[in-house]
Ligand binder design. Structure first.
Ligand code: SF4
Length: 216
């Protein structure tokens, strides 16, 4: 069954993408700013396109990620570029947009052969291929629309007035992330998450620290 369509959702047919190529928005080297792996150096591979359109009225925040633009890369170009960004970093985070729309076993196999630890950040609406080392599911839709049912960490964005999630995803770590407005986190959103964590100690606070550190 497909995830429930919502007004504004993208159609996902990309007829211009040849087998073995991936539409990539950008690739850059930085620190992971949130979640259980915060503070670690990673090469971020941002895939183009997303099947959702997060809105403040519905999800508590407006999507601030540009994922429409991009160009086609093959695996060898991606590997070579990652090597050029950092010959010593062997940790990649696949993100987006929604990486599960394009991520496949061949891409994972080639990066594993090159010795990379592979993490992914997904909205969970599409099941991921096998072989990833760290899965972060950040649901932005109704629980019954989720297809990725297991994760290392599950992370929900919360704004003031929102309640504790009831996740369907089985995870090792459960995280609450206060909704930002641009590079600013409203105090009421942070206070809401702190209060929810205090009332539900299975959960942890995760703040988008890269915005505070002024790194990407
Ligand atoms: S799932 Fe992520 S990338 Fe997609 S619209 Fe929502 S915030 Fe933006």
């Amino acid at each position: 069954m497909k995830p429930e369509a919502r007004p504004g959702d993208l159609k996902l047919v990309d007829s211009t993408r040849a087998l073995g190529t991936y539409r990539i928005n950008e690739v850059f080297y930085s620190l992971q700013g949130e979640g259980m792996r915060a503070g670690t150096a990673n090469i971020f591979i941002r895939f183009s396109d997303c099947n959702l359109r997060c809105k403040k009225e519905r999800e508590g925040f407006d999507c601030d990620t540009e994922f429409v633009s991009g160009e086609l890369w093959d695996v060898q170009r991606l590997l070579s570029y990652c090597e050029s960004l950092s010959p010593s970093c062997r940790s990649v985070i696949f993100t987006g947009g929604e990486p599960a729309l394009q991520l496949d076993e061949e891409l994972i196999r080639r990066f594993k052969l090159a010795g990379y630890f592979l993490a992914v950040e997904t909205n969970g609406t599409k099941e991921l291929p096998a072989g990833l080392d760290w899965i972060c599911v950040s649901p932005k839709t109704a629980e019954h629309c989720l297809r990725q049912k297991t994760a290392h960490e599950v992370k929900y964005v919360r704004a003031a007035g929102m309640g504790i999630p009831k996740p369907q995803v089985q995870a090792d770590y459960y995280l609450l992330s206060p909704a930002f407005e641009g590079d600013f986190v409203p105090k009421e959103n942070l206070d809401c998450c702190i209060q929810l964590v205090k009332e539900n100690p299975k959960w942890r606070l995760s703040v988008q620290q890269h915005k505070i550190w002024c790194v990407r």
